[in-house]
Design a protein around this ligand. Structure first.
Ligand code: URA
Ligand code: SF4
Length: 248
């Protein structure tokens, strides 16, 4: 790991370097006042409002490249590949997981490991697959080291990307897989057990909560509940009725 002095040296000598995704903006913020190059970069990268506005205007072509260059949180330092999402850009169903694991980080595609195989089987049981009317994304687009839960600051830093994906896809239904996705999208601390089985709202889009596939691999009895949740989700998607009040 580079020391702060090394990072600042690098920034001063080669400002483009951080745009490729390795410098730590938090370190750059502390750059001494005389370090003009590092300062300019830090300001450009650290204005969250400007960044959110820029991301909110991205089209699909620019989206993946923007994620690939992102250094807005510390996860950029340890990722191998960014994992923006996979599937049908005009999907009816958007599944939102937590964050890439090792296999996803190596391949750049979400849910391609063991949890992904379970998700694929669940989709197949519903007569769906990840490339047709379905899109799969995560709360964070870079792997948290050791597959730890993303920290709130990391989830918040990545939120504009997920928001943009939802805006571009305009799904009929969002399925939050596990607590990270449910917490971020519903801005709640409630447990999955208390959130499942009801129709929620993300903006005007119906949202259903279920267990994360990786959790199901360790808690087999809850698989039956997850299956009930997906059947419930299918009814919500098919109803097409205006969503009820939040939490209804
Ligand atoms: N778990 C997730 O939440 N997302 C993935 O992409 C893979 C595993
Ligand atoms: Fe950027 Fe999201 Fe990756 Fe953090 S997790 S570096 S916010 S793309």
């Amino acid at each position: 790991m580079a020391t702060r002095a090394e990072i600042l040296r690098e920034l001063k000598l080669a400002p483009e370097w951080r745009l490729r995704g390795r410098a730590d903006p938090a370190d750059a913020v502390d750059a001494p006042a005389h370090d003009g190059a590092a300062e300019r970069i830090a300001v450009a990268a650290d204005d969250p409002a400007a960044r959110s506005a820029r991301i909110a205007g991205l089209d699909w072509d620019a989206f993946d490249a923007d994620v690939a260059a992102c250094t807005a949180c510390g996860l950029c330092r340890t990722r191998n590949r960014t994992v923006p999402g996979v599937g049908d850009r005009e999907a009816d169903w958007l599944f939102v997981g937590e964050g890439p694991g090792a296999e996803e980080d190596a391949r750049g595609e979400p849910f391609v490991g063991q949890a992904g195989r379970l998700l694929d089987s669940m989709l197949a049981a519903l007569g769906m697959n990840r490339h047709d009317r379905v899109y799969i994304a995560n709360v964070v687009k870079c792997r948290p080291p050791g597959n730890r839960t993303p920290e709130p600051g990391e989830a918040d830093a990545c939120r504009p990307y997920l928001e943009r994906q939802i805006e571009l896809i305009r799904p009929k239904l969002i399925v939050a897989l596990g607590k990270s996705a449910a917490s971020l999208l519903l801005r709640t601390d409630a447990t999955i057990a208390s959130l499942r089985g009801r129709r929620h709202l993300y903006g005007e889009t119906p949202l259903v909560v279920t267990y994360h596939p990786a959790y199901l691999l360790r808690n087999l009895p809850d698989k039956a509940r997850a299956w009930e949740d997906l059947l419930f989700a299918r009814r919500v998607a098919a109803s097409g009725a205006p969503a009820g009040p939040p939490g209804a």
